[in-house]
Design a protein around this ligand. Structure first.
Ligand code: SF4
Length: 424
């Protein structure tokens, strides 16, 4: 039997899908990429934003037109089961901690029994078989859950409190994937900055243990929050200096207003974020900084918004993931009086323009740079995308297949989201 699978959302969810594909293929099912010929469907969901949830609900409705089983997996069935069940009667729900039950769910569904697997019992996802959607990249979930209760966040409702995997298990996983020939190790979770706090270790301890191997590879550190980073920032910067670590920092600030950060229960102030970025950049000047911003939080006033604009103009991050606030059911912020969409849209428009200007200026600094990139994506028309040691995306053209190779390039042009390089 053949299945068609779609996944949405974060890197951790992508790895959950990689685990599911491995389990289904081992059970004798075949993955195909054409939904018209599938015998059943698997959709990995995300509930972070309203529009993403709407898009996934629309897809489930579309797939239901084939009148075949749909297995809905991840955060949506765990947090909003009823909102999913009402979409179609041939649906089975599988929670983010129950990926190891997906074969049971499918076998029941193809026999007309729609059984749900939604538990809070954490599944061990560290040393389990999985496919790699990108053979150059190994995604390693280092923990699940977090230590905060941000008022706008639905992810907390599905992924829960922090549970970290042991350093030994992660080292074994990294070791095995390097033997397989991967070139990039993406360590990910809901908040990498609190890794190991549940057993007296931290992210620097982990990175120091997985950046010791002889192979040629890079480690990409995933999303972090400023809340607890100050406790061990110097130690983390030392770990980042290892040549195996991409000089890439994804530190989510969300707002420039201390009042809004307090209302969001983020547990830090803008000054903490500013100090942490400054400390990193003083030690690693070529650092690529990525951050997340939410505009239109219910209590955000015009002057709060101005604080966010000022912060962005002051820090000039390389990447800014801008989100409009969307009230998520069952969260604290959902109960607050909401700002008019018109105001939220306008603030997003204003910030979007500023962000585009900053991104191109940041990238122009790389024109003339020459060095090595690891090619991890195949583009169109003979182009390839690679990453340099600062995780900057560089596009090159070649008749030779460069995928998975380290190549020397020189940057000749800058775009807002990537650089253009020439092979040297
Ligand atoms: S840190 Fe906050 S935003 Fe991130 S998963 Fe936890 S509660 Fe959600």
């Amino acid at each position: 039997m053949k299945f068609y699978l779609e996944w949405y959302g974060c890197t951790a969810n992508k790895n959950d899908a990689e685990i599911a594909v491995s389990l289904l293929e081992k059970a004798g099912f075949t993955r195909i990429f054409d939904e018209n010929n599938a015998d059943f469907f698997v959709i990995f969901t995300c509930i972070v934003k309203g529009p993403t949830e709407e898009k996934i609900r629309y897809r489930i409705k579309k797939l239901s037109e084939y009148d075949k089983p749909v297995i809905v997996v991840g955060c949506m069935p765990k947090t909003y089961p009823e909102r999913v069940r009402q979409l179609y009667d041939k649906i089975s729900l599988v929670g983010p901690f129950d990926i190891d039950k997906i074969v049971d769910a499918v076998k029941n569904a193809i026999n007309g029994k729609y059984v749900d697997f939604i538990s809070s019992e954490r599944m061990n996802k560290i040393n389990v078989p999985h496919v790699r959607f990108n053979p150059v990249v190994e995604i390693v979930q280092i923990s699940s859950g977090c230590l905060l209760d941000c008022t706008y966040c639905a992810t907390k409702l599905s992924r829960g409190n922090l549970v970290s995997y042991s350093i030994e298990d992660i080292v074994k996983r990294v070791r095995n994937s390097l033997i397989d020939g991967v070139r990039e190790i993406w360590i990910t979770s809901q908040d990498n900055s609190v890794y190991g706090f549940d057993f007296g270790k931290d992210l620097a301890d982990l990175i120091n243990k997985i950046s010791v191997f002889d192979e040629r590879y890079f480690i990409r550190n995933g999303m972090m929050n400023p809340t607890f980073l100050g406790r061990y920032i110097d130690k983390l910067i030392e770990a980042y200096k290892n040549d195996h670590v991409f000089k890439f920092l994804h530190l989510c600030v969300q707002s420039g207003s201390d009042k809004v950060l307090c209302d969001m229960k983020r547990g830090y102030q803008a000054a903490d974020f500013i100090r942490q970025v400054k400390t990193f950049r003083e030690s690693i000047p070529e650092l690529t900084l990525s951050t997340d911003i939410i505009v239109g939080y219910p209590t955000e006033t015009e002057s709060d918004f101005e604080e966010t604009v000022k912060l962005i103009e002051r820090i000039k991050p390389d990447i800014i993931n801008l989100s409009k606030f969307w009230p998520r059911p069952l969260t604290e912020a959902y109960k607050l009086p909401q700002l008019p969409r018109k105001i939220i849209d306008e603030r997003a428009r204003v910030l979007h323009e500023i962000i585009n200007e900053i991104k191109i200026r940041r990238n122009e600094k790389w024109i003339g740079w020459s060095g090595e990139i690891i090619v991890d994506e195949i583009g169109k028309n003979g182009t390839y995308m690679g990453r340099n040691s600062a995780y900057k995306p560089v596009v090159v053209k070649s008749d030779e297949n460069l995928f998975g190779k380290f190549v020397e390039v020189e940057v000749v042009e800058a775009k807002s989201n990537y650089l253009i390089g020439q092979l040297v």
